[in-house]
Design a protein around this ligand. Structure first.
Ligand code: ATP
Ligand code: SF4
Ligand code: MG
Length: 336
């Protein structure tokens, strides 16, 4: 393995539950993935599939209780963060792993200037003077291409547009020079043009800094444009893991195929988008066998009784949690 391929971050068999009045929510159930320097891993899946909860677990930001990490490992450069105290875990993340949260507006503090928020961590941990911190804040805003950065560090979050606020969030996540950046739906609240600009910005920054980027999204179109590797989540599990090329050339899980059918295609003008039939399972009572079976056009009896092997390997770098993965992957064009 070359140094390039050694994972920066490895999540192995992670399981997170919440105790709720309606029962135990198995939000993440045996998730594994890894990300290396200079690569982008996209984590995709419908709402409620465990994308944010698994990322908050990586960052040490789950509120315990009601959350409980039931099993698994979260290794940064080989060190399992789950063996550290919560304070030590957050300290590693504060320096080496950063996250852009799903809701930019609530993640920024309305009573402080943007300059203050960008450098709060630097002043506290790196003991920067006011003047050094202000210079660094300008540098960070320049990096994310906020025009007139020198003046804008004096403004408050509400004085920024949605797209500019998201740039500020990205700048703030980059303040400590992280090696891994987790971006949780960084563009959902923005209009399409701004979404594209933010994605381009993230890709450029990632390439410049050779970071590992984990991009959480609903949008397979975004995945096609920016990801190297893909993890598809369903009901807290990874159902397919492969390179972006393999996923788009011949997805090996029926759920991935269903997600792909919901992308608009220029060559099929006028054809309506397909919606995946049914709904994701109630997280307090996930169906027996394969959790996707009530919605799956490939399902057979075995799917209703036996869970598919979670890490069924088709090739060394391809996994699909489906009893019929080999058959599905052969059906290049025809999807059910
Ligand atoms: N504090 C909590 N208490 C109970 N259940 C929770 C809590 N936080 C999350 N969950 C549940 O955990 C599951 C996974 O949630 P998560 O936020 O990770 O989904 P997601 O994939 O990020 O969805 P979205 O695409 O909507 O952001 C959901 O069923 C959610 O309702
Ligand atoms: S295991 Fe069965 S139900 Fe699950 S995705 Fe595969 S074919 Fe569909
Ligand atoms: Mg989420």
């Amino acid at each position: 393995m070359t140094e390039q391929n050694i994972p920066l971050l490895e999540v192995e068999d992670l399981a997170v539950e919440f105790a709720t009045p309606d029962g135990v929510v198995r939000a993440v159930d045996g998730l594994s993935y890894s990300v290396t320097a200079g690569r982008t891993l996209a984590i995709v899946g419908e709402s409620g599939s465990g994308k944010s909860v698994s990322s908050l677990a990586v960052m040490g930001l789950l509120q315990i209780p009601p959350a409980r990490i039931v099993r698994g490992a979260i290794r940064f450069k080989g060190e399992d963060l789950l063996t550290l105290s919560p304070k030590e875990h957050r300290a590693v993340c504060g320096t080496h792993i950063a996250m852009v949260f799903q809701d930019a507006l609530t993640a920024l503090n309305p009573v402080h200037t943007v300059g203050w928020q960008l450098t709060e961590a630097l002043r506290a941990r790196r003991k920067m003077s006011r003047r050094e911190a202000a210079a660094r804040a300008v540098e960070l805003l320049d990096m994310v291409k906020v025009p007139n950065a020198k003046e804008r560090i004096k403004d408050y979050p509400h004085q920024f547009s949605g797209g500019m606020r998201q740039r500020v969030m990205i700048a703030s996540a980059l303040a400590m020079d992280p090696e891994v950046l987790i971006a949780d739906e960084p563009t959902t609240a923005l209009d399409v043009t701004v979404q594209a600009q933010i994605m381009t910005l993230l890709s450029e920054i990632q390439a410049e800094r050779d970071m590992g980027l984990i991009l959480i999204t609903h949008d397979m179109g975004v995945v096609a444009n920016v990801a190297d590797d893909v993890t598809v989540m369903y009901a807290g599990r990874a159902v397919e893991q492969a390179s972006v090329f393999d996923v788009f050339a011949s997805a090996a899980h029926p759920y991935t195929r269903a997600l792909l059918r919901s992308i608009p295609r220029l060559d099929q003008k006028g054809a309506g988008l397909e919606v995946i039939p049914g709904r994701p399972p109630d997280p307090t009572s996930v169906p027996a066998g394969c959790p996707f079976h009530p919605r799956c056009g490939y399902a057979e009896d075995v799917c209703r009784s036996d869970p598919p092997p979670p890490q069924h390997t088709l090739r060394y770098d391809r996994r699909s949690a489906c009893h019929f993965a080999e058959r599905v992957v052969q059906e290049r064009g025809g999807v059910r």
